[in-house]
Design a protein around this ligand. Structure first.
Ligand code: KG4
Ligand code: ZN
Length: 345
């Protein structure tokens, strides 16, 4: 009799998180991630340190994911791995490990596009079914917001994506992280700005925007205006940041979300799409989640907000993407190489 269950071991190592997940079809049996603390002191990810940490973490993380899943290596049907986009050295660690495992077990290897995976995390079946675990139906619009990318994507199918707009310079995650660094907060600054913003006045300070035609974004000018804003105020009052931290965070965060949602609304109107999903690390932001949810009544659309564990980098999203490729017999071979740049479409 044919085995109806497909077991996939997935590895994600594109940036600074080493993650391994085991999936049975579209369900996650385990999803273990080692975060790298070493970058905190540098205000951003240091590529060489990241790849060294991946090397240290990968065996224990894979071991832990297997133990937690209750599956043994010989039950696996395929190995999934992030091919790109990401840091070359970091990707190489995951890819080399995945290739060796696929060779040793004589099972196929499936390459996954990290940006597609952030979106497809919405199709993980978390059967503790509450209304938030519903998946979107095709086609839908996705705003993918992470440390390296800001994209508006029309998602046509599990394997078909159309890029409608993206950032021309910094990603919105970088706009959060760099502002945090300017205020001497540790990396990654996004979650901290989110936390302080909760009790601050979002209307107290105003920041500049860069107008970009179409659905593209630009965040580097906003970040520079933030830098000058802080420098000017520190000249007048050296305790300015300390005394206004919550209001600065709330106002800056509010501004970034306004910029993000402006294009989202225009894209919804122009495409006529009635479903909106958000994905990527910044989709963990509490204000962004609330503002997107509010669009349901404001625009009469349906919105999809990922569970927290599937916002920031994780291997479960790599596993779910690979599952749909597996069903399509879309396999790679051992000549597979990492790609630092890789388009979502
Ligand atoms: O998707 P991700 O884990 O990695 C990349 O693929 O880049 O995204 C990481 C980014 C970082 O810039 C981090 O500051 C941001 O997500 N982030 C947040 C929040 N949680 C993570 N930004 C704002 N608010 C948050 N709560
Ligand atoms: Zn990511």
């Amino acid at each position: 009799m044919q085995n109806l269950n497909t077991y996939i071991l997935a590895i994600e190592s594109s940036c600074d998180d080493t993650s391994c997940a085991i999936l049975c079809n579209n369900k996650v049996l385990s999803n273990v991630t080692a975060n790298q603390k070493i970058h905190e002191q540098y205000g951003g990810v240091v590529p060489e340190l990241a790849s060294r940490d991946h090397q240290k973490n990968i065996v224990p993380v894979v071991d832990a994911a297997l133990k937690k899943s209750g599956i043994n290596l010989y039950q696996l049907n395929a190995i999934a791995v992030t091919r790109g986009p990401g840091l070359m050295g970091s990707l190489l660690v995951g890819l080399s490990f995945a290739k060796s495992l696929s060779l040793a077990l004589n099972i196929p290897i499936i390459e996954v596009n990290h940006m597609q995976a952030h979106i497809l995390a919405h199709f993980i079946d978390d059967s503790a079914a509450d209304e938030n675990s519903l998946s979107p139906t095709f086609p839908f619009l996705c705003l993918t917001v992470s440390g390296g990318h800001t994209q508006l994507v029309k998602v046509k199918d599990y394997l078909q994506f159309e890029l409608l707009g993206e950032t021309l310079d910094d990603a919105v995650g970088e706009a959060f992280d760099k502002a945090a660094k300017i205020m001497n907060l540790p990396y990654p600054g996004g979650p901290l700005i989110d936390k302080y913003a909760n009790n601050g006045d979002a209307y107290k300070f105003k920041f500049a925007s860069t107008h970009v035609p179409g659905f593209d974004y630009s965040f580097s000018g906003i970040k520079t205006s933030f830098l000058y804003f802080i420098q000017n105020n520190l000249q007048k009052n050296e305790k300015f940041v300390e005394e206004n931290l919550k209001d600065i965070c709330a106002s800056y965060q509010f501004h970034l979300i306004q910029v993000l949602l402006k294009n989202v609304k225009e894209a919804l109107q122009k495409t006529g799409l009635k479903q909106l999903a958000i994905a990527g690390g910044v989709s963990a932001n509490s204000q962004l989640r609330q503002r997107v949810k509010a669009l349901e009544t404001e625009l009469g659309i349906q919105t999809f907000i990922p569970k927290f564990e599937y916002c920031t980098d994780n291997a479960a999203m790599i596993g779910i993407s690979a599952y749909y490729k597996y069903l399509n017999n879309d396999f790679s071979d051992l000549s597979l190489t990492p790609l630092a740049r890789l388009s979502v479409s």
